[in-house]
Design a protein around this ligand. Structure first.
Ligand code: CAA
Length: 297
């Protein structure tokens, strides 16, 4: 019932690349764009490797991987998105950058017949606020606030089953149903949530991660032991401090700020030690060091 054939992905980083891979494997024509040519090149090189690995493991036939790669197109201009039925945005977590992009996309789709959906993979920015940027755009076919929705994927996208589907204030029921149907067709488990700070996932996860930093800062246990206790005691694949490094400590601080400001409650303030590590440039896996060290492979 989603009626979607072509998926556009803006942002070819880890999340966007993963979303594009999953869409192409699920049989959708997939167009990937990134403002940085180097990101597109990395993504283009990464997809055959990742799909090749799945073939090696016996999780996919070689013909299926080749067909998925054949459905992937990498472009250097947004104009190529005219044929998309949905665009999933996975760019930097910056309100202004997202506003600018959504306005551009909505203006383009206002001139093209169809009911294109504009989805954002934001982990913490309000869907209503992103959608509001498109409210002045009028045309015969308008991807206006009713067609803007949150599609929150989890890292690593090809592995993680969940898509948190977040309805903004103006998102239509039809957009929500089509998005849920699309996420299911992509092999994911979509679960709806409302547009409140952090939605459900980060409202619950981030305070836990933050508390692990407090436990470390107050000397309750050393980082490796905090993680081991949580892994073995709560049956999670990564302890909270390892997970913070995996997500990015700067992202964790950013999400805590969104929770503290949005819920107007200081109990969500980022732990000073977490903030200090970010200031020191220890951002986690991506910088080679966060709580733990990650020597280059
Ligand atoms: N892309 C694709 N596949 C990947 C992958 C990646 N980046 N990383 C791992 N995998 C897959 C591989 O298929 C791998 O199998 P192979 O070794 O056969 O290739 C399989 O996962 C297992 O990987 P590993 O053996 O390397 O390591 P692991 O068993 O420790 O699993 C993990 C790695 C899947 C990341 C696991 O540790 C895990 O699930 N961790 C928790 C991840 C999590 O909580 N993610 C959510 C973060 S929150 C978020 O994303 C949202 C937000 O808003 C902040």
């Amino acid at each position: 019932m989603h009626g979607i054939k072509t998926v556009g992905v803006v942002g070819a980083g880890q999340m966007g690349g993963g979303i594009a891979q999953v869409a192409a494997v699920a049989g959708f024509q997939t167009i990937v764009y990134d403002a940085y040519p180097a990101s597109i090149e990395r993504c283009k090189a990464d997809h055959p490797k990742r799909l090749g690995r799945l073939v090696e493991k016996g999780a996919m036939k070689k013909e299926e991987a080749d067909a998925a790669l054949g459905r992937l197109k990498y472009v250097s201009a947004l104009d190529a998105f005219g044929s998309c039925d949905i665009v999933i945005e996975a760019i930097v977590e910056d309100v202004k950058a997202k506003h600018d992009l959504f306005v551009k996309l909505a203006e383009m789709f206002a001139k093209i017949p169809g009911e294109q959906i504009l989805a954002t993979n934001t982990s913490s920015i309000s869907i209503t606020e992103i959608a509001a940027a498109t409210r002045h755009i009028k045309g015969p076919s308008v991807a206006a606030p009713e067609q803007v929705i949150g599609m929150h994927f989890f890292n690593p996208v090809p592995v993680m089953k969940l898509v948190e589907v977040i309805k903004g204030l103006a998102t239509s029921q039809r957009t929500t149903e089509r998005t849920i149907s699309l996420a299911t067709a992509m092999g994911k488990t979509p679960i709806p949530a409302n547009d409140r700070p952090g939605f459900v996932s980060n409202r619950v996860l981030m305070p836990m991660i933050n508390e692990a930093f407090y436990a470390w800062m107050e000397g309750v246990a050393e980082p490796a032991h905090i993680d081991e206790i949580m892994k073995l005691g709560c049956n999670v694949p990564m302890g909270p401090l390892r997970l913070a490094d995996f997500i990015g400590l700067d992202t964790c601080v950013h999400i805590m700020d969104v929770l503290a400001d949005g819920l107007n409650n200081d109990r969500y303030r980022a732990c000073p030690l977490l903030r200090q590590l970010v200031i020191a440039g220890r951002l986690g896996d991506k910088s080679g060091r966060g709580v733990f060290e990650y020597p280059k492979k």
